[in-house]
Design a protein around this ligand. Structure first.
Ligand code: SF4
Length: 351
């Protein structure tokens, strides 16, 4: 028997999952259901090694197929560097074909380790760190109770980059609502231009019905963006990002309306902006139809789908009904559909 956590990045779908801590040491973000109701705890190196041995037995017939491993759960870098090095070296000893080892980390923990520590981790075999910055705006970080300041994100990210470890920064368009949309885009671009991560992974915000943000929506203190407003926010962000060797990724997350906006900033920035402009130039009805298709059947889909007149005919009636049913009925329906794609908390409580 061995333990496994509940989430990992999409790019780690076929990785060996090695749980080095349980849950999240912060666990207060208003946007995140993943570990709510669950307590954080560290695991000893011996416990983790025991799990690695168990996995070797469990996966005996195909263990040589594992070429990557992911360290769970939310913030592995909270562990002392020596412990992580020992775990990473043991993974490579027991699964000798593993070439890539990656992990999640919080900005505060990333900041606490220095470049020497990262170099040590890199030598042992840690190749990439995934981190959810969400926003570069101080106001937005406070709004969602992220527990990090822009300075933490900046310092942590720059140290990782300096060591040569690959860095994935996750950002959340729409998470500042209408009040902070512009500031969120501009401040996020500013911080990312300084860090120059290898990946910017776009994670469009959807309000979880159990979250404190939903209570703010009900009270009228948080006004969510429509699909079109989120796309405009992403355009502003992109426009302000440098043409650097960074992969701007919408294609690996189905809550992104325009998943096809995906490419390297140093070679595809203009093409990505043009695709956004193509969407923004659609009529209101075409935009609503595209939202309805994408939110009902999420996936990578060209705007050319709107050329299908029979499809448009069918959707026209649905859109009219939704708009008649209640004020802002169409956008409310879209937001409801989006919640179905969110992960659910492991417990009934959001604490
Ligand atoms: S978003 Fe990250 S830091 Fe925040 S509660 Fe979730 S796992 Fe923890």
């Amino acid at each position: 028997m061995f333990e496994q956590g509940v989430i990992r990045p999409p790019s780690e779908a076929s990785s060996l999952l090695v749980r080095v801590t349980r849950n999240c040491p912060w666990n207060r973000c208003h946007i995140c259901p993943a570990y709510k109701g669950k307590k954080f705890s560290r695991r000893t190196v011996e416990e983790v090694k025991h799990d690695i041995d168990e996995m070797k037995k469990e996966y005996a017939s195909f263990s040589d197929r594992f070429t990557s491993a992911f360290l769970q759960d939310a913030d592995s870098l909270i562990l002392p560097t020596e412990e992580l090095v020992e775990i990473i070296e043991y993974i490579k000893k027991v699964f000798p074909n593993i070439e890539r080892i990656t992990t999640y980390a919080r900005a505060k923990s990333m900041k606490r380790k220095n470049v020497e520590a990262y170099k040590h981790l890199k030598e042992a075999g840690l190749n990439r760190i995934h981190t959810g910055m969400e926003s570069g705006s101080r106001n937005v970080l406070k709004l969602i109770a992220k527990g990090n300041q822009p300075e933490d994100i900046l310092a942590g990210g720059k140290q990782v980059k300096e060591s040569g470890i690959s860095l994935s920064e996750y950002i959340m368009p729409g998470v500042g609502g209408k009040a902070f949309s512009r500031e969120h885009a501009l401040e996020t671009a500013r911080i990312l231009n300084e860090i120059r991560p290898d990946f910017i992974r776009v994670r469009t915000f959807a309000v979880h019905p159990m979250s404190p943000i939903q209570k703010m929506v009900d009270a009228g203190t948080f006004v969510p963006l429509s699909d079109e407003e989120v796309v405009k926010e992403i355009r502003l962000l992109l426009e302000n990002l440098d043409e650097m060797p960074t992969h701007f990724r919408c294609g690996d997350f189905s809550l992104n309306l325009l998943m096809q906006v995906d490419g390297m900033l140093n070679t595809h920035k203009q093409a990505m902006i043009e695709e956004i402009d193509r969407y923004l130039a659609l009529t209101k009805e075409q935009k609503q139809a595209y939202s309805l298709i994408q939110r009902t059947y999420p996936g990578m889909r060209s705007l050319d789908v709107l050329q299908d007149q029979r499809l448009m005919e069918g959707l026209r009636g649905d859109i009219e009904t939704l708009e008649k049913n209640e004020p802002d009925g169409f956008n409310k329906h879209i937001r409801r559909l989006m919640t179905y794609q969110l992960p659910q908390p492991q417990t009934d409580c959001w604490e």
